[in-house]
Ligand binder design. Sequence first.
Ligand SMILES: NC(=O)c1ccc[n+]([C@@H]2O[C@H](COP(=O)([O-])OP(=O)(O)OC[C@H]3O[C@@H](n4cnc5c(N)ncnc54)[C@H](OP(=O)(O)O)[C@@H]3O)[C@@H](O)[C@H]2O)c1
Length: 273
Amino acid sequence: MSGMLQAGVIGWPIGHSRSPKLHGHWLKTYGIAGRYDAVAVEPEALSGFIRRLADSGWRGCNVTIPHKEAVFGLVDRVSDTARRIGAINTVIVEDDGRLHGHNTDAYGFIENLRQSLPGFDFAAGPALVLGAGGAGRAVVAALQDAGVPEIRLANRNRGRAEALAAALPDRVTVVDWAGGDLGGINLLVNATSLGMAGQPPLDIALDRLPVTALVTDLVYVPLETPLLAAARRRGNPAVDGLGMLLHQARPGFAAWFGREPEVTDALRAAVLA
Ligand SMILES: NC(=O)c1ccc[n+]([C@@H]2O[C@H](COP(=O)([O-])OP(=O)(O)OC[C@H]3O[C@@H](n4cnc5c(N)ncnc54)[C@H](OP(=O)(O)O)[C@@H]3O)[C@@H](O)[C@H]2O)c1
């Protein structure tokens, strides 16, 4: 392989993406001659961009809003996980030039919990997932793969939770937005945008939640959401959402740049800067 290895992230608009900082930190840390750029690709230009990806010398790309569904029709192969999640966030150019679409959000979600709380037993009890948007769907797929025995799914708009449960029915039951009784819950996940800066906090009473239950939030601005702060105050293990963003980037980086990258405190600091 000669020259610069090139990858990037495409979206419309793209200005807010933290991915260039993330991959840039890894490229520098590992001394790899590579580039990772953010490229604004408008919807009309998407198919041309993806079709020319290999010829442009790109090794692949991350895909963000609004292209995560449209890319299905533009790649040669789609992973089972991407199909289950209904979105592609990572495209890899294979050695033969064919394009492979993946979704690494479920992987990132689980790897973040595994690195933050080694030894946590996903099979020990039910999970309650709040939120049935795109993030909620990735979380449900991840929990199914991790062997969670029962996945309770709550969403303000209940019909959206029912649609998600119909798409990924294995071990999933829809519960009221109030979440029901938290007694016996092993894992509580906020996959809504509540608690994000500028949004109301997630209003949920943790009184009945076992203190051994792991509480995690996908929101990472702020890092310490009101939910995580309340969980920590009563002694629950709590894991923030930044790690999911960092871990979901690992498979793409490894495929494009040929090195398995690590999620470290230095990476967290670089992405937050
Ligand atoms: N850490 C990471 O790597 C990562 C990855 C993906 C997403 N996220 C975060 O996860 C969150 C959800 O993302 P998404 O892509 O799933 O968004 P989305 O598809 O727009 O879904 C938004 C979710 O939030 C709920 N919601 C919004 N406002 C609400 C309110 N006032 N009361 C109750 N529920 C409310 C929605 O419920 P309704 O259906 O009832 O509207 C829905 O469940 C965002 O904060 C996003 O930044 C983080």
